[in-house]
Write a protein that binds this ligand. Sequence first.
Ligand code: GLU
Length: 307
Amino acid sequence: MDIQAIVEQVWAELAERRGSGAVADYIPALARVDPRRFGIAVATPDGGFHCAGDADEPFSIQSISKVFVLALALDRHGARLFDKVGREPSGDPFNSIVQLERDQGIPRNPFINAGAIVTTDHLIDDRPVDEAVAELLALLRKMARDPGITIDGEVAMSESTAGDRNRSLAYFMASFGVLTNAVPDILDGYFQQCALALSCRNLAEAGLFLAFDGTDPVTGERVVSSARCRRINALMLTCGHYDNSGEFAYDVGFCGKSGVGGGILAVVPGRASIAVWSPGLGAGGTSLLGAAALKAIAERTGWSIFG
Ligand code: GLU
């Protein structure tokens, strides 16, 4: 199968729709991104890449960081983490507060904002916030084999300025005794992780271990156990795209995680890791063109996890 040709065809067929969807504007720094950007990168276990378009331009990965934070928080705390955060799709928007009141401050899953605030609290644990953020950055640099990956300080600042909803979620959970660290510290870590800037190529490579049982197929190094890898992928499939996770599983059939920056990381167990980026979002908050590209790639490669 000529994956490079498939990636190039899919990009070319969708390129005329660049600019469709709505760029997230509730974070001012994201509103300034060129809506016509569109990149695709497929990373394969032999260390190869198949790329098209703006695959080398760093973008704000936003909620996609929640996957890597979950992996590290589970490494620190094991399954006890799930005493404080659930494993069910939320059926609500990513920043909803209503469910927290019904469930005594326990968020439905680690991939909505409230859930990621809990996993960030666990990642920080009993150390300074910057140490936890440095561990996350080190993981991404190592897995993507790119020491140049950074956090976009302007986006992090913008997140904080526009962060009243996330503050509300965090203080609301704190009122139920769900959080251990001080809310401003947890949010500092949360805003920084959302502002990580990676290219599609970086992201596809960083996520490759999730497609190979928790082991980096290029170096053979284990990152998470295979049981944990399966569970992270299960959460991506069921909860990775806000309130349109079911639609994404139905349409695309890959485990995936979206971010409001317009990126999507898709994991195809045993085959590849794919990252797409197009800033225009659909009504559910997932990149419109990104999801369309993944759907087309799934159809042409026959890689859907459902056979
Ligand atoms: N930084 C964003 C927020 O907290 C992340 C949302 C997302 O990408 O889903 O609102």
